[in-house]
Design a protein. Structure first.
Length: 213
């Protein structure tokens, strides 16, 4: 489990078909083989460690669903260690299970922020709502506008400085993970046949279908 608050930007040292070696600093503190780490929002398992880097294996399914297969030597990646029990959740609950890849449509400077529009696969758009959470390359963001084919987010100065999203240009691929709560509510709506309205979803209904206790 992650929060979508990137801890540091890592650098790809080696990029093979099913393995990455990534240089890092802060994330190496307390890291052990077998630990989980989010790389561009993808939950991976640390396979080995050195003084200044770590390696992770990548399964074919992960390569198919994410942008990790496009990484090369010297590329930058967002890194976040798994959430420690009792730690603060500064963003939102991010599983590290990327749903699909989106593409940057436009990047528009707006005072000290950047407005980024992202095209998403049609099957994801029903989970993305205005003012809702979305993880983009592992960064917890809030969608500020949504249409049938894309959504927009605002990158504040801190996000621009501390993540790789500032490096993205129109056409760049980004990993997308929808909000887990939206995913469960969509499933609940399909199972009950009831629309997700304020009057349609109650605590009793959630309890009946196993979403609460």
């Amino acid at each position: 489990m992650f929060t979508g608050i990137v801890e540091e930007i890592g650098i790809i040292r080696e990029a093979e078909a099913n393995r990455l070696v990534i240089m890092g600093g802060e994330v190496l503190q307390g890291m052990e083989p077998g630990d989980s780490i989010a790389v561009n929002g993808v939950c991976l398992t640390v396979a080995s460690l050195s003084d200044d880097s770590f390696s992770v294996g990548i399964m074919p399914e992960t390569l198919h669903r994410t942008n990790l297969g496009e990484l090369h030597y010297g590329d930058h990646v967002n890194l976040e260690r798994a959430l420690a029990m009792g730690g603060r959740i500064g963003g939102h609950l991010v599983l590290g299970h990327v749903d699909d890849v989106g593409r940057i449509v436009s990047v528009t400077p707006q005072e000290e922020a950047h407005i980024v529009r992202i095209a998403a696969p049609a099957q994801l758009m029903s989970y993305i709502a205005e003012k809702g959470f979305i993880a983009v390359d592992g960064v917890s963001l809030t969608s500020i506008a949504v249409d049938d084919f894309s959504f927009s987010v605002s990158l504040v100065a801190y996000t621009i400085e501390h993540t790789i999203l500032a490096e993205k240009r129109p056409g760049s691929a980004v990993n997308l993970e929808v909000d887990v709560i939206a995913r469960y509510l969509k499933r609940l709506s399909e199972k009950t046949g009831q629309p997700l309205t304020r009057s349609g979803v109650t605590f009793d209904l959630l309890k009946e279908y196993g979403f609460t206790q």
